[in-house]
Design a protein around this ligand. Structure first.
Ligand code: GDP
Ligand code: IMO
Ligand code: MG
Length: 434
């Protein structure tokens, strides 16, 4: 795909526009062909970003990678990746990903960096995540149990342990044991942190060269005229401030988090590209106004392979929701949209799009703050005819069948933002552009 930097500028940001798993990994990988540095700014191993690339050993076949912490553009040999201050880092998961790349003869030498200010996720965070979910009972969030919330809680409580703490290993060990003391008393559990500590001891030689001050690093890349792409994780409706609280993750997953989580000055961001599925999915609990708890929902789940990349859980499926999507456009100041997985709707006779919510008889233009209200909104839909044909060969939006084009144009009109990429399949080449 040519001229991406020309179009999207030297500091582009990819943002999840719905409830996650929209296909952020795929566009990151595609854009990485033209960008030099991929930035992970928020979230942690709750993310699962899938990338399919041509298999070098089997012509015509593809190879699948699922990244949780590794920046997705790293499959291009000249691309650098950095995990910034806003990320909660489970180092063991990152090393599993490094290992998988090594097995595939993909060298990361001098290409992967970690902020000295990123917070570390320990096994005890995962234990606490599980305990919190268990104790919430029917109000459980349905977290990924990756310790995300508890690690961010420690960060905010100012007892978190950061990458820089590893540089004095005795002090690091003391801090881990001291924190665990506090947390065990608070949450009522017992745990021996030795396995985590020994893991770090054994990996320090490999970790040390990756540690950097990410702000200076990014500034340096910008001064050299390099192109930077922020790979958003999780999604706008899962944002701790702007999402469907409390059924959200514990960080700012919308564009604001990309800024605080990386130290990139906001005025340097040249474009923000929202990723949205041509329908909606959600994994975990929480209200979902356009959910299809029926045969159509099942068909979308099967055709779209809607099972979590991180936990394998079946994703809940529903119609495209222009109310939450418009909210994402406005909140993130989106400059373009990548509508993904349009091909999944190929077989449907009729499609619906949610265009408004009504609450107590009044039309509301954005999701209400109270989750109880979101759970009881009445949804107004428009209907559009399906196209009933395979669209996987389209490489421009103009090549899509008329009804598919009309569907895309209707979304553009409702959201007031151009749809510049349309996903028509899983692989790199499966993207129709404007
Ligand atoms: P992410 O978390 O936003 O990166 O998305 P995930 O990787 O969790 O989930 C998206 C899934 O949809 C992955 O299995 C992708 O391979 C797949 N995918 C992405 N774009 C398309 C598309 O346009 N068509 C189809 N059929 N699959 C897609
Ligand atoms: P990517 O980057 C989909 C959801 C979880 C749960 C809630 C809180 O792959 O799009 P957490 O473990 O973060 O405390 O879980 O948020 N969630 C995601 N859902 N995609 C994600 O990331 C998600 N990250 C978190 O399912 O409902
Ligand atoms: Mg995902």
């Amino acid at each position: 795909m040519a001229n991406l930097v020309e179009k999207y500028g030297n500091v582009a940001a990819i943002v999840g526009g719905q409830w996650g798993d929209e296909g952020k990994g795929k566009l990151t990988d595609i854009m990485a062909e033209e960008y030099d540095l991929i930035v992970r700014a928020t979230g942690g191993a709750n993310a699962g970003h899938t990338v399919y690339i041509p298999d070098p050993d089997n012509p015509g076949q593809t190879k699948k990678f699922v990244f949780h912490l590794m920046p997705s553009g790293i499959l291009y040999p000249n691309v650098k990746g950095i995990i910034c201050n806003g990320v909660v880092l489970h180092m063991q998961t990152l090393f599993e990903e490094i290992e998988r790349l090594r097995e595939n003869n993909i060298s990361l030498d001098g290409r992967l960096f970690i902020s000295d200010r990123a917070h570390l996720v320990f096994e005890y965070h995962k234990i606490i995540d599980g305990l919190q979910e268990e104790r919430k009972g029917k109000n459980a969030v349905g977290t990924t149990k990756r310790g995300i919330g508890p690690c961010y809680t420690d960060k905010m409580a100012r007892i978190g342990i950061r990458v820089c703490d590893l540089l004095d290993f005795d002090r690091f060990e003391q801090k881990v044991r001291a924190n665990l003391e506090i947390l065990q008393k608070m949450y009522g559990f017992e745990h021996d942190p030795s396995e985590d500590i020994e893991f770090y001891r054994s990996k320090m030689d490999e970790i040390k060269p990756m540690i950097t001050d990410s702000v200076s690093f990014i500034q340096g890349m910008m001064k050299e005229g390099k192109n930077i792409l922020v790979e958003g994780v999780n999604a706008t409706l899962l944002d701790i401030d702007h999402g469907t609280y409390p059924f959200v993750t514990s960080s700012n997953a919308s564009l604001g988090g990309a800024i605080t989580g990386s130290g990139l000055p906001s005025r340097k961001i040249t474009s923000s590209i929202g990723i949205m599925k041509a329908y909606c999915t959600r994994v975990g609990a929480g209200p979902f106004p356009t959910e299809l708890d029926n045969e159509v929902g099942n068909q979308i789940r099967e055709t779209g392979g809607e099972f979590g990349s991180t936990t394998g859980r079946p994703r809940r499926c529903g119609w495209f929701d222009a109310v939450v999507s418009k909210y994402s456009v406005d909140l993130n100041g989106l400059t373009a949209i990548n509508l993904t997985k349009l091909d999944v709707l190929d077989d449907l006779d009729t499609l619906k799009i949610a265009v408004a919510y009504k609450l107590d008889g009044k039309t509301i233009s954005s999701p209400p703050a109270a989750i109880e209200d979101l759970a009881r909104v009445e949804v107004e839909y428009i209907e559009m005819p399906g196209w009933k044909e395979d669209i996987s060969a389209a490489r421009t939006i103009g090549e899509l069948p008329e009804n598919a084009r009309k569907y895309v144009e209707k979304i553009e009109e409702l959201l007031g933002c151009p749809v510049e990429f349309v996903g028509v399949g899983q692989s790199r080449e499966h993207m129709a552009i404007k």
